[in-house]
Design a protein. Structure first.
Ligand SMILES: Nc1ncnc2c1ncn2[C@@H]1O[C@H](COP(=O)(O)OP(=O)(O)OP(=O)(O)O)[C@@H](O)[C@H]1O
Length: 897
């Protein structure tokens, strides 16, 4: 068997790891804690599941992950397999899924952790424990077999070499023997019991007892037959007597019945007679009642308006009353409607009259207003007329001013005239200005000339003159000044007169304007006067008309009121009529009531007469029934006399005596028969008991025979199982001895190999697997006394010896799995490491196909065919696995040397 490949996901420190493994020696190296042991553990776990773990399933899942997966490919006996295990943690539980399948088409599959484990244990012929004891030397367990007690070692090695099976078979055979012994014991006990039972039954002479019982039974049966015959005869006698008695009893019974019937009929006749008397009395009473009713009817005839109390008269009166009522009702309805209508009319008319009166008042108020308006208009007319008068007087005085004026102008020429004067005055004023200027100039010239003269200069040229000045011009100028002065005065006078004229004309023009104004005002006022006058006229007319209308309305209202009063009177009359009619209706009702009373009494009389008739009939029928009863009574009395004669008292006494004798006898016989029958039953039971005892005896004898045979067979079987048990024990002892010899040989061989030429000569292994090491001087030594390193090598030798024995000693496919050594060199010095290397080489020589070693020892690394490096990334804390190139390997180890 060999591992081909292991692949991990989230197993302990590994994230994803995939490693191919080859034949030969593979050394796995790496730093502490990098995951070397975990890799081996993963392979072991793949094969055996949780049994292969020291910790729990949960521990192998990488911290912080929920799921791990381990796959292992391996080959065994020419078949390749793949195991896959998957652990999933949820809700604090671990789900373990596991499958195994062959990968080369040989169609092996196993599903489930248990099925796979069983398959692997079977295939490798070792369970998980055997695997660690043989193939897988775990770290720190290098001394396991040495430190074990001989007993443990014995179990371990026996198991590995399959000797455990023989022990198991021996035990089974022992169990079988004990089982047979138990059964045998039990059967023997039963056999003794049967013998006792049979002897007891044989002691009791069962056949003789049976004969005695049967003859007594015969006698008892005969006696019973005899008694039964006699009993039949007694019964017949008793029946005959009883018949005679019952015939008599019948007659007596009939007699009694007839007597009772006679009494009954008599009583019936009496009671019928009483009933007839009752009817007669009732008839008399009814007649009296009819007379009373008739007189009551007479009393009510007048009220009902009837002459006679006959049916026709009543019917006629009734229809008369109905007609009357219908007529009165009709009129009443009409009259009620009429009264209501009149009342309404009266109310309406009174309302209307009130409305009219109110309206008349309103119109009168309007007339008053019109009168006031007419008055106001008249006053205004008077006022205006006096204004007109005043204006006319003013106009007259204005016109007089024209007459009195100097100017000869009229109203229309004033304006033109004034304009002409103003023009002329303008011309005059211009002239005044010219003259003033000219005068001023002339005066200045005079003044200048006088100044020049005074200064001795020529007044005309201005040149200084001594004596002859040019003085002629000055005089001229003085004349001119005078002329101009007079003309100016003249002209000024003219201006003044023009001013006066203009002033007068201004006054006149103003008067003319005023006249125009007055004319206009007067005209306007006259128009207003005319208007107001017309208005006053209109208002007065309106007043008159309204007063007329108001008067008319008041009259109308008065008339309406009268009509309303009239209607109210009519309404009252109608209401009175209604009351009358209602009274009449009541009277009709009373009359009808009286008629009804008469009618009722009439029918009461009829009923009473019917009753009388009924009672009379009843009396007759009762009389007939009684006649018939009397006939029957006579018959019954005849029959009674007949029966009384027929009853024979002597015969009855005789029959009674016979009957009681027979009964007495029957009672006694019954007692005797009961006793005999009881005895017969007892005898029959006893016979049955004896017969059963006989049958049981026969059965017991048969059973005893069969049991005897069975006990013989069991005794034989017991002998056989005992033999088998000792045979297995012998076989195991023999095989173990053979193995011990072989193991001792291979152990010495390997020990020699790793420890030769040293202090020790050989190792002895006895039948109980007690190990003793012999020194060169022949001194024996307990292996525990060896040093740590020696012990390690010694143990490895023992393991290898077992391993070899296993691979050589078992028929068929060698189960030898890879030899796995985890840190085997811990206790070894370098010399011993070399020996270990040699041991490994040697193991290879013995045909171990695959050796996997965890170690950092250079020498071991050097001896490897394959080197696997395990590293842990310090950052992610995840391990990886890597195979080194074999060529490089060689170089590396050379370089190291
Ligand atoms: N469930 C887990 N999740 C993550 N890491 C784990 C888990 N279980 C163990 N480890 C880590 O794996 C490492 C143990 O690995 P292992 O024992 O295989 O190392 P090693 O290489 O054999 O060491 P040494 O040389 O000391 O024997 C430890 O560092 C431990 O912290």
């Amino acid at each position: 068997m060999k591992f081909d490949r292991v692949r991990l996901t989230n197993f302990k420190p590994y994230g994803d790891a995939d490693l191919r493994l080859t034949e030969g020696v593979t050394v796995i190296h790496g730093l502490n804690g990098s995951g070397k042991s975990s890799l081996l553990e993963a392979c072991f776990f793949a094969l055996y599941g949780s049994k292969a773990l020291d910790g729990t399933l949960e521990d192998v899942i990488t911290n912080g992950e929920a799921e791990t997966e381990v796959e292992l490919w391996f080959t065994h006996a020419g078949t390749s397999y793949r195991v896959e295990r998957r652990l999933k943690s949820y809700d604090g539980r671990i789900d373990h899924k596991c499958t195994l399948e062959s990968t080369d088409g040989s169609d092996v599959t196993r599903d489930g952790a248990r099925a796979v484990r069983e398959f692997v244990s079977e295939l490798l012929r070792m369970d998980a424990e055997a695997f660690v004891n043989c193939a897988y030397v775990r770290q720190g367990e290098v001394n396991k077999l040495i430190n074990a007690t001989p007993r443990e070692r014995q179990d371990t090695i026996d198991d590995l070499l399959q000797l455990g099976k023989l022990e198991e078979y021996r035990e089974r055979a022992g169990d079988a023997r004990l089982g047979v012994e138990d059964v045998l014991e039990n059967r023997r006990g039963r056999l003794d019991q049967l013998d006792e039972q049979i002897a007891a039954k044989e002691d009791r002479d069962l056949h003789e007892r049976l004969n005695e019982l049967e003859s007594e039974l015969g006698e008892v049966t005969e006696e019973i037959d005899r008694y039964e015959t006699q009993r039949e005869q007694a019964k017949e006698t008793r029946e005959a007597a009883a018949e005679t008695l019952s015939a008599h009893a019948e007659k007596r019974e009939e007699l009694e019945a007839v007597e009772a019937a006679i009494e009954e009929i008599e009583a019936a006749i009496r009671s019928a007679e009483r009933e007839r008397d009752d009817h007669r009395d009732a008839i008399r009473e009814t007649r009296e009642r009819i007379a009373e009713i008739e007189s009551a009817i007479d009393e009510r005839l007048d009220d009902a308006g009837l002459d006679a109390a006959t049916d026709e008269a009543v019917a006629e009166r009734r229809s008369e009353l109905d007609d009357r009522e219908a007529a009165v009702r009709e009129e009443l309805d009409d009259e009620r409607v009429n009264a209501e209508a009149l009342r309404n009319q009266a109310t309406n008319l009174a309302g209307k009259a009130d409305d009219r009166t109110e309206r008349a008042g309103e119109i009168e108020a309007e007339a008053e207003e019109a009168a006031t308006a007419a008055e106001a208009a008249a006053e205004e007319v008077a006022e205006r007329e006096s204004s007109i008068q005043e204006l006319r007087e003013e106009a007259e005085s204005l016109r007089e001013r024209f007459e009195a004026a100097d100017a000869d102008v009229d109203r229309d020429g004033v304006a033109d005239e004034r304009d002409a004067l103003r023009e002329r005055r303008g011309e005059v004023r211009e002239r005044i200005a010219e003259l003033s200027t000219e005068l001023k100039n002339a005066r200045e010239r005079v003044e200048e000339a006088e100044e020049l003269l005074a200064a001795g200069k020529c007044p005309e040229c201005g040149q200084p003159v001594e004596d002859s000045p040019h003085a002629s011009g000055i005089d001229e100028d003085r004349e001119r000044v005078a002329e101009l002065e007079s003309e100016l005065n003249e002209t000024r006078e003219r201006e003044a007169s023009l001013d006066d004229g203009i002033d007068e004309l201004d006054d006149l023009a103003a008067a003319a304007d005023r006249l125009d104004e007055i004319d206009e005002t007067v005209e306007m006022l006259e128009e207003r006067v005319a208007e107001k006058r017309a208005e006053a006229e209109r208002e007065r007319d309106a007043e008159a008309e309204k007063r007329e209308r108001a008067e008319a309305l008041r009259e109308e209202a008065e008339e309406t009121r009268e009509v309303a009063a009239e209607k109210r009177g009519q309404a009252e009359t109608a209401a009175e009529r209604v009351t009358e009619l209602e009274a009449e209706l009541a009277a009709v009702d009373d009359a009808r009531e009286a008629v009804t009373a008469v009618e009722e009494r009439q029918s009461a009389i009829a009923d009473a007469e019917d009753e009388i008739e009924r009672r009379r009939e009843k009396r007759e029928s009762l009389a007939e029934v009684n006649d018939e009863r009397r006939d029957r009574l006579a018959d019954k009395r005849d029959r009674r006399d007949e029966l009384a004669e027929a009853v024979d008292e002597e015969a009855v006494e005789d029959a009674k005596g016979r009957k009681s004798d027979a009964e007495e006898y029957l009672e006694k016989v019954a007692e005797e028969l009961d006793r005999l029958e009881e005895r017969r039953t007892e005898l029959q039971n006893a016979i049955g008991g004896v017969k059963a005892d006989l049958a049981e005896l026969a059965e017991r004898r048969e059973e005893r025979e069969a049991l005897g045979e069975r006990v013989d067979a069991l005794e034989t079987l017991h002998d056989e199982t005992s033999e088998l048990e000792s045979m297995y024990a012998d076989l195991r002892a023999e095989l173990r001895q053979r193995n011990v010899t072989e193991l001792e040989r291979t152990l010495n061989e390997t020990f020699e190999l790793v420890y030769g030429n040293d202090a020790y000569s050989h190792i002895e292994l006895d039948g109980e697997y007690v190990l003793t090491v012999y020194q060169k001087d022949g001194e024996p030594l307990d292996p525990e006394q060896l040093s740590g390193g020696e012990r390690a090598l010694f143990n490895l030798s023992l393991r290898c010896a077992i391993y070899r024995l296993l691979s050589e000693g078992i028929e068929g496919a060698a189960p030898t799995p890879p030899l796995i050594l985890d840190e085997p060199t811990v206790f070894l010095d370098s010399g011993h490491v070399s020996r270990l290397v040699r041991l490994v080489e040697e193991m290879r020589g013995f045909g171990v196909r695959q050796i996997i070693i965890v170690s950092h020892d250079d020498e071991l690394v050097g001896a490897a065919d394959e080197l696997v490096t395990v590293e842990k990334d310090p950052r992610s804390n995840r391990s990886t696995v890597r195979r080194e190139d074999a060529a490089e390997l060689g170089v590396a180890s050379l370089a190291d040397d």
